[in-house]
Design a protein around this ligand. Sequence first.
Ligand SMILES: Nc1ncnc2c1ncn2[C@@H]1O[C@H](COP(=O)(O)OP(=O)(O)OP(=O)(O)O)[C@@H](O)[C@H]1O
Length: 502
Amino acid sequence: MSKSLRIQNGSFRYETQSEPIFENLNVHFSTGWTGIIGKNGSGKSTLAKILLRDLSLDHGKVEGPIHVLYVSQDTEIDLNELNDFLYDDSKETGFWKSRLQIKIQSAEEYQTLSFGEKRKFLLSHILSKQPEVLIMDEPTNHLDAKSQMILRQAMRAYEGIGILISHDRSLLDEMTTSCVFLEKNFLEQRPGNYSEGKRERDREAKARILNWQSTKAERKKLEKEWKRRREEASLSHTKRSKKGLDLHDHDGRAKKDLVRVSGKDGMAGRLKNQIERRTERSAEKEKQIWETLPEKEIIGIQWQSHLTKRNHLFQYDAERLVLPFLSLELQFPIKIGTHSRIAITGANGSGKSSLLRYLLESFEGKQISYVYLSQEFSKRELEALFQKFRSLFDKEQAELLAIVHRLGSDPKRFLESKSLSPGEGKKLALAMQIETKAEVVLLDEPTNHLDLKSVEALEHSLQEIQSALVFVSHDASFVKTLAREEWVLENFRLTQKHLDRI
Ligand SMILES: Nc1ncnc2c1ncn2[C@@H]1O[C@H](COP(=O)(O)OP(=O)(O)OP(=O)(O)O)[C@@H](O)[C@H]1O
């Protein structure tokens, strides 16, 4: 097995983008796990496609193993491959099926799995092929706590070159020994795990800012000095100039000649020129340092609310709730008030999304205004969403782009994209709904695919929301921050936890 996969001086630009995704990239991946970190749209999946040799670099080269496999963010799988894996009884396949607790027997069953269950299935399928290089794109998305533990064990058991694309800090810290930061001006590979690399990056960013501030202060001082010298030189010039003197004023002309001959004449001008050159050099240096500073971001969004006159939005007090594929035993009377903040939690496949969709249909039936953000967008849904965006008037597009920008994505890159990244898609879907005046906001795994800063912006905006909020999430800290009540789905039973918070 070859020991490392490398990119040397790699540059890549999509045809429709005016700026490259990266330039002169030098990275290497060795045995163990290397993290790739960057905000939505920074080019993480693009880099993966280059390592897979699905995309070619414009300049530079990729060297190293070619048996590279990718566990992508979606859950689609070719039917033949699915069947081959299901009926493969080799030792290797058996090992990974049991390690990831894969229980299904048929292709039909695959379609009924939850996203989290599908992702575990796809991971065991790829691992059983024993790739030299394994790239995992956001593997913890959709996974419940138990599945995340199983995933971590599987990752530790993998002995090849692992590349982990993730926004999950704890996973990155636990697994990686080196990280590639795909950030503007900080596009670099750093040793250590995510926190260590980030600390180094922050230290460097601070040093660059300080350097820039002192160069700026120096330039301002020089400018002031230059101004003073310029005035002095102009005064000296007036003293030397015979302009305005009468041709017959011989005394006056003789005095001017004396000033020139005495040597004082050109001094002021020379000093002025010297300072001028120093000021120019300093301004150039300041510009160069400025171009290496971290990107400035303005993050933060705001929801609209519809203040309802209803007493409550939903109430159900029977002992059983029958959903299309599942029947739930209710341990408490379900009620959603006009200001409720409810988190629905539970293991993968326990029925959280089905319950949320059931509530949505009930709101629709009662003409209660709502916003709904689904947990996943297929490639086709993403394309349709982008198409809808493109068909809007310029002003409407600009308003949506402003929101996407405030969620931390680059609007220019977004606008010039041919194919939105999953994170960009989620941000666009959010932007399209955030202005809706709704009585209730329903969110299914809203943090999946979002980078850290946008998760924080979303969390903060939801803390301020006036309407009711019902959301499904595996993100414990998101639940803790936002919910007052938790509905827990376990073994076809729904129980309620009141969270100790106002
Ligand atoms: N075929 C394409 N043509 C033009 N632009 C593209 C194309 N495919 C992707 N892009 C754009 O290139 C940028 C990088 O995309 P990429 O999918 O690599 O981002 P990412 O970092 O993986 O994002 P996420 O965190 O959301 O998964 C994005 O702005 C995306 O919209």
